[in-house]
Design a protein around this ligand. Structure first.
Ligand code: SAH
Length: 555
């Protein structure tokens, strides 16, 4: 084992979930921030546990082929980006690996299955300046000047930087104007420790399509002194649409206040995702990477494969973004979301887009859907509530089991799972796949380049008896003598399809052959794993197969 302060040379062979490099020294595992896979580094042990420790990278002895020069001078110190020193290609590979790893370890899916459903991560052409939203904290430096920038990783120390390269270029000028206004008018930044001072944060939003800008100042009070001076400067910027104040006098970590007041212009900006228009207020949730969000929702829509006749539920719908996207192709969409303000936005967004087939409910998805299901049965003489497609887009903690249970009961043909945490995704997929669903497609969408986060979209649909066979028993796995058998099996399949319009699997054929006293290879009836379900051939197909066996003079 290694001890604190030991200095070692180590090759980085793996990446942790937080983007840190992982290397091994005589079987002892070291986690090394900022080291990337393929690097050989000199590292100093900072914390040593029995089997693993944390080390600081002192020097890169041999850089990895995947290492690139970071674009931001603060890439290492700042808590915003974790993997800026990794080539973008490698970042995408890392993200795909993260999803695969969770599906395998937590979901219990085997590699063959994952290979069969996994599509490559959807990346960005230009993985910088993608954020339409930024929240900058304000503070005071040692000389007493106001500063703004970002928190250093895991702390609340502000790194002065108005040039974040994930955000839009307009941010810098807005921040400089605010700092200038603070200096000239002796307006102090808020100090977390004492609870004194006024300016806490600024929230800036930029409409990528409309080019509209929103500035919302979060202040420790209710009034901004000499506000007109600030407004005069800010309104000279092209696109300025909304300037607001959000009072927040609480002493907690939550950035925004509970309300906002319009200082100039209107209380919201407008933007588009695809052809759907959204009004975004300072307190609305809105996806931060509009370019990738369009791809994400496009994928959800593609997976849902709507024909116009479907009833669709969009659970955890936020301001109705996915719901409105789907509503254009579905018969009826129901959205459910816990935050009342978001539902108001959702209803308003439906209205401004003249979408009339989307209804929204406030509440917990795990309560609203089960209640609806039970109520439906009561008012429809015991009939089951059904849905064609259910979309879920839960927060990091994933779906509640009560919700998954109800989804299974409602038997939607398809479930589209949009996830921001592939670990809880894998857990929930395991449940759904143990209860009648099958994963068809999995695809990561890189909403947050330079960070370790990845969004995942999964298409599930109901298992059909034939699916289980494809996995549990594959004719190609049979021994060499099977060539002839294979031909016969294929002939039987073709015959049954042609004569009866039915698709039958090899497993069903073997079951019927056995019933008819024909010897079959012993592999035929055995599932690969002990607990796999073995579907039994339905009567109708049995009759069809018997007819084929007769036709081929086998019985
Ligand atoms: N689909 C939306 C938002 C997804 S974020 C979009 O793409 O814009 C997850 C959303 O789930 C948040 O809006 C959050 O407020 C909401 N939420 C969290 N817990 C919930 C619960 N138990 N039931 C319903 N919604 C919940």
């Amino acid at each position: 084992m290694l001890n604190k302060n030991d200095v070692v040379t180590v090759e980085i062979t793996d990446i942790g979930v937080g983007g840190e490099g992982i290397g091994r020294v005589d079987g002892y595992t070291l986690f090394i921030k900022d080291a990337i896979i393929g690097d050989v580094v000199e590292a100093k042990v900072m914390k040593a546990k029995k089997n693993y420790g944390y080390a600081r990278m002192m020097e890169i002895i041999h850089p990895s082929a995947d290492r690139v020069e970071p674009k931001c001078a603060f890439a290492r110190k700042c808590g915003g980006c974790q993997i800026q020193e990794m080539s973008y290609e490698r970042q995408l590979a890392f993200k795909e690996q993260k999803i695969r790893g969770n599906l395998e370890r937590i979901g219990g899916f085997d590699r063959g299955k994952i290979d069969a459903v996994m599509e490559p991560v959807e990346g960005m052409d230009e993985p910088f300046r993608y954020r339409n939203k930024a929240q900058f904290p304000f503070g005071t430096d040692k000389e007493g000047n106001p500063v703004t920038g970002f928190y250093a990783g895991r702390t609340h120390d502000i790194i002065a930087n108005t040039e974040c390269i994930l955000g839009v270029e307009q941010n810098r000028e807005i921040l400089e104007i605010i700092l200038q206004y603070m200096k000239e008018n002796c307006v102090a930044a808020y100090d977390e420790k004492s609870g004194k001072g006024l300016i806490r944060h600024v929230l800036i939003r930029y409409g990528f399509t409309t080019k509209e800008i929103m500035v919302c100042l979060v202040i420790n009070g209710t009034k901004l002194p000499k506000a007109d001076r600030l407004i005069k400067k800010l309104t000279q910027l092209e696109g300025m649409t909304s300037i607001t104040l959000s009072p927040n006098t609480r002493r907690d970590n939550v950035i925004m206040g509970n309300s906002y007041e319009v200082l100039w212009g209107q209380g919201f900006i407008t933007d588009y995702i695809g052809n759907v228009k959204y009004q975004i207020s300072p307190l609305s949730f809105y996806q931060v990477n509009p370019v990738q969000t369009e791809k994400l929702y496009g994928l959800a829509l593609e997976y849902a494969d709507l024909k116009g006749t479907e009833t669709v539920w969009d659970l955890y719908c936020g301001i109705g973004t996915i719901s409105l996207f789907l509503a254009q192709k579905a018969k009826q969409v129901y959205g459910v979301e816990i935050v009342p303000q978001a539902i108001e936005d959702a209803k308003n967004n439906a209205k401004i887009n003249e979408i009339n087939n989307a209804a929204f409910y406030v509440g917990k998805a795990e309560e609203v859907l089960p209640d609806y299901y039970e109520e439906y049965a009561k008012t429809h003489g015991g009939e089951k509530a059904r849905a064609d497609v259910i979309v879920v887009d839960p927060p990091r903690k994933g779906c509640d089991e009560t919700l998954l249970e109800t989804i299974v009961k409602m038997e939607p043909e398809k479930v589209v799972y949009v996830s921001c945490d592939s670990a809880t995704l894998a857990r929930d997929l395991k449940y759904l796949c143990e209860n009648g669903y099958e994963i068809r497609k999995v695809r990561g969408v890189d909403q947050f380049p330079e960070t370790v986060h990845v969004e995942t979209v999964v298409l599930l649909s109901q298992q059909k008896p034939d699916d289980t066979i494809e996995i549990d028993l594959d004719l190609d796995e049979l021994d060499a003598t099977s060539a002839e058998l294979k031909a016969t099996y294929q002939k039987i399949k073709d015959y049954v399809l042609k004569e009866f319009g039915l698709r039958v699997s090899s497993l069903y054929i073997s079951q019927v052959k056995r019933k008819c006293g024909i010897e079959v290879g012993e592999n035929y009836n055995l599932p690969k794993s002990e607990n796999a379900r073995v579907p039994q051939c339905p009567k109708e197909k049995e009759e069809a197969i018997k007819a084929a066996l007769k036709y081929f003079a086998m019985i």
